[in-house]
Design a protein around this ligand. Structure first.
Ligand SMILES: *Cc1c(COP(=O)(O)O)cnc(C)c1O
Length: 453
């Protein structure tokens, strides 16, 4: 019987992050200053981020050493297990072999601490006293509250109103780790007050919450901002997922034929995929690499590839990305972590240049996959990775038809223990797939900032 759980010893833990920018034939377009439209330099970012992270953001070094004090905290849950989904395969009666890298073993129950810990570490080293951030489903806020506690930093979090109301236990977990949390839009910031005046019942969005957290960090010298996805340094930190998975698959003599992962801002997907893309670019393997997004927030499959702001108020630098427009507010779908209007510039660049393909899935198909996964593999997935599981199941069913025994790899980037209300909605038949009409996308995209080519 082939292994079910493929483990690494602590001594085999990767000690470097991998930077894909070192190996890409063409870099993504530059990030622009919103006022001057000139490429941003390190000094432009210094009010928000410590210099160590800014240098990682623009680095083209292939490998970055993970500091010992970060490895120490990583060892609380890393290396994480890679599972072979024997029971799911059997239920699907497929010749495919399905593997999933499980990040739910972390303190927050997701992949987010992989970057929260180094971000808190570098900020502490730079003498920062407090970090602000936004959170959607609450995973990032939980991870950052935990990480700040490890290094003695204060942590203040704006959570998207829709998720704040849907998921009260996240607030309690954040407070347990020592964080302070506000629903967004909030009356505490100019950005929040502007939204509340126009839309008193606003359910919020990640873009609005980012504006609030950035505003507070920009106005306070002892406070920095931390972002849980999208940026290059975040995806860099997440590459521990893919580096470990490469070693684990090698232990059982497998190479993947296809990687599928869910994309909100692109960090768990990039973290899994980039080390495999390095191997692909070097000609050592040739997996198809597929991003899966929600049909209700389809930036990669229905957005435009253009310069846009990362937030709603238009305070961040302009980045090229697949975007639905920074004004776009998605329906309050249950996968709160996938409700972002844009996408990581690096992932967008990979999709635009054909290295990565993208599909969108409606949430009912995803929850059906999540329930099947729970009943076979015994883990209740977070709503976000049910998108990846649905795509893995789709591929495994295709293998049944064609008789191909493909190796499918996915990231199970979090568990759903604090998302059970979403499962309740699905199981009771109350979950709807709302069609997103083209007019809603067109009007949000019409508000994109004009950037001369
Ligand atoms: C935050 C989150 C996501 C979405 O963010 P990415 O940067 O796209 O990974 C997906 N899944 C889980 C469990 C999350 O916490």
């Amino acid at each position: 019987m082939a292994l079910t759980k493929i483990l690494l010893d602590e001594s085999e833990q990767p000690t470097q992050w991998y930077n894909l920018l070192a190996d890409l034939p063409e870099p993504p377009p530059p990030v622009l200053h919103p006022g001057t439209l000139q490429p941003v330099g390190p000094d432009d970012l210094a009010p928000l981020f410590p210099m160590d992270l800014i240098m990682q953001e623009v680095s083209t070094e292939r490998h970055v050493d993970i500091p010992g004090a970060v490895l120490d905290v990583y060892r609380l849950w890393r290396p994480s297990p890679l599972y072979r989904a024997h029971r799911l395969e059997k239920a699907l009666d497929t010749p495919a072999r399905i593997y999933y890298k499980y990040e739910g073993v972390s303190p927050a129950g997701s992949h987010k601490p992989n970057t929260a810990v180094p971000q808190a570490y570098y900020n502490k080293r730079a003498g920062v006293r407090r970090l602000t951030t936004e959170t959607g489903a609450g995973q990032w806020g939980t991870a950052l509250a935990f990480a700040c506690g490890q290094y003695g930093l204060d942590c203040e979090i704006w959570q998207v109103r829709a998720s704040y109301d849907q998921k009260p236990y996240r607030k309690i977990m954040i407070e347990t780790f020592g964080g302070v949390i506000h629903p967004s839009p909030s009356p505490l910031t100019a950005a929040g007050r502007a939204v509340l005046e126009a839309h008193p019942d606003s359910t919020g969005s990640l873009g609005i919450a980012i504006s609030e957290a950035v505003e507070v960090a920009a106005q306070n010298a002892d406070t920095n901002y931390a972002l849980g996805s999208v940026l290059n340094h975040v995806l860099l930190h997440q590459t521990v997922i893919g580096e470990e998975a490469l070693l684990q698959l090698a232990k059982v003599g497998e190479t993947p034929d296809i990687l599928v992962g869910c994309t909100g801002g692109g960090s768990n997907f990039g973290g899994l995929a980039f080390p495999f893309l390095r191997e692909k670019l070097a000609g050592r393997m040739a997996p198809v690499i597929r991003a899966v997004e929600p049909a209700a927030c389809p930036s990669l499959t229905r957005g435009v590839y253009a310069y846009d702001f990362g937030d709603t108020a238009g305070m961040t630098p302009l980045m090229t990305m697949h975007t639905l427009g920074h004004d776009f507010i998605p329906d309050p779908i249950h996968a709160g972590g996938l409700r972002y209007h844009g996408m990581s510039p690096l992932i967008s660049h990979l999709v635009a240049s054909g290295y990565v393909e993208a599909v969108a899935k409606p949430q009912s198909e995803c929850f059906a996959a999540g329930v099947q996964f729970a009943r076979t593999e015994g883990i209740v997935p977070a709503p976000e990775p049910t998108h990846a599981i649905a795509a893995a199941i789709e591929e495994a069913k295709r293998c049944k038809e064609t008789g191909e025994s493909k190796v499918i790899l996915t990231a199970l980037c979090g568990h759903g223990h604090l998302d059970l209300a979403a499962y309740d909605a699905y199981l009771s038949g109350a979950m709807e797939d709302l069609a997103l009409d083209e007019a809603a996308i067109e009007s949000a995209v019409a508000a994109l900032p004009p950037v001369p080519a």
